[in-house]
Design a protein around this ligand. Structure first.
Ligand code: G6P
Length: 367
């Protein structure tokens, strides 16, 4: 009885559709249009503390790890601070070097994932500063961190994370903006990004309005035993997250690959039975990405291309899914939304329990 998705057939779909509203909630009161920056009250770091950060290390598991990779890219691009993400489940086992001028960021929907919690404790035991990007207020990870950013996505029930993941991305954007604006990110760029963030909830709504057009392609993908998700640079973590979501609930083998690495191995697997979902944003890599699509097309590999209206795919036989453009740094999250819908409709078609996929738990709290 506690399990009630209301009029929706599943919590996952309900949570997907909530995103325009929940995205507004994480941004609310935190954007500064005048100075093109963000204000993060919970961070507990002043401009001097923020300037002292020389590296950023993001720690999370599963989808939180993949969105952490998107976050690392945002921080490097906006703040020009070296940043990377690592699976929190591996971190403490390799005797990591903890440095005082590194900012550690733990990212977790539940705030209870044991691997992430133990990674935070490892950082703090060695004197490192760790902030949290956490959805559940007062959770173990939130309490263990030195301040942080609450995600305000509301309760997320479906195992496959959607609205919390989107807010993680937005949380990273706010952090990157604030880190950037105490460094070399110009006020013009700051304002450009603030305006971009303000446009995002509406654009997420636009992508969701295209749901009906994705149902058939999702059903076709569901019939494949194995598929690829490919992307480059900003698009690669999107591909990883897309593949993760697809395998979590459809139980199909979905593998993420860098588009550039296709020719160094997996191209051998491409044939009419193995579809590829390709991320091709209208960026400086679009032409090279399209080159790789030709290689797939020439081997009759079925193609689904998530892209922007400006991108010309020429003669390539592909099912295209267009998403609106934002600022290039913020585009990854809009590219992620259709992948949620593809995974959802594939699993629905296969008759799986969408909210409670086999073998998985919403949060893994034991080692
Ligand atoms: C579990 C779930 C994943 C989730 C991961 C991290 O493994 O099955 O969907 O991404 O935990 O959860 P967290 O609550 O830390 O974000």
């Amino acid at each position: 009885a506690a399990y009630d998705a209301g009029e929706h057939e599943s919590y996952m779909r309900k949570e997907i559709l909530e995103q325009p509203t929940t995205a507004q909630a994480v941004l609310r009161g935190r954007l500064d249009e005048r100075f093109g920056t963000a204000h993060l009250g919970g961070l507990d770091m002043d401009a001097r503390d923020l300037r002292a950060v020389r590296r950023v290390k993001i720690l999370g598991c599963g989808s939180a790890y993949y969105v952490g990779q998107m976050g690392a890219a945002l921080i490097e691009e906006l703040a020009r601070i070296p940043a990377d993400a690592e699976a929190a489940s591996e971190f403490r086992y390799r005797d990591p070097v903890i440095e005082p001028d590194t900012l550690y960021v733990a990212v977790s929907q539940s705030g209870e994932t044991i691997d992430t919690l133990l990674a935070v404790q490892e950082v703090r035991r060695k004197g490192g500063r760790c902030v949290g990007l956490v959805n559940v207020v007062g959770s173990a990870i939130a309490r263990e961190c030195d301040g942080g950013i609450y995600l305000h996505a509301g309760p997320e029930v479906a195992v496959a994370s959607t609205k919390a993941l989107t807010n993680m991305f937005l949380g990273f954007a706010l952090l990157a903006l604030q880190l950037g604006r105490v460094r070399d990110l110009s006020i013009a760029d700051g304002k450009r990004l603030v305006a971009g963030l303000e446009r995002l909830p509406g654009q997420i709504e636009e992508v969701l309005a295209g749901e009906d057009d994705l149902v058939e392609v999702a059903q076709q993908l569901a019939e494949a035993r194995s598929l690829f998700f490919i992307g480059r640079v900003r698009g690669f973590p999107v591909a990883r997250e897309g593949a993760q979501k697809f395998k979590e609930i459809s139980y199909r083998h979905a593998e993420a690959y860098q588009t550039s690495e296709l020719k160094h191995g997996p191209l051998a697997l491409i044939d009419p039975e193995v579809p590829t979902v390709a991320l091709v944003p209208a960026d400086e890599l679009a032409e090279r990405n399209i080159g790789a699509l030709h290689e797939i097309d020439a081997r009759q590999g079925p193609l689904v291309v998530v892209t922007h209206p400006e991108v010309d795919l020429g003669e390539i036989a592909a099912r295209r899914i267009d998403v609106p453009r934002n600022e290039p740094e913020l585009d990854p999250i809009l590219l992620t939304i259709p992948l949620q819908l593809l995974a959802y409709h594939a699993a629905l078609h296969l008759g799986h329990d969408i909210d409670k996929p086999r073998n998985l738990a919403k949060s893994v709290t034991v080692e």
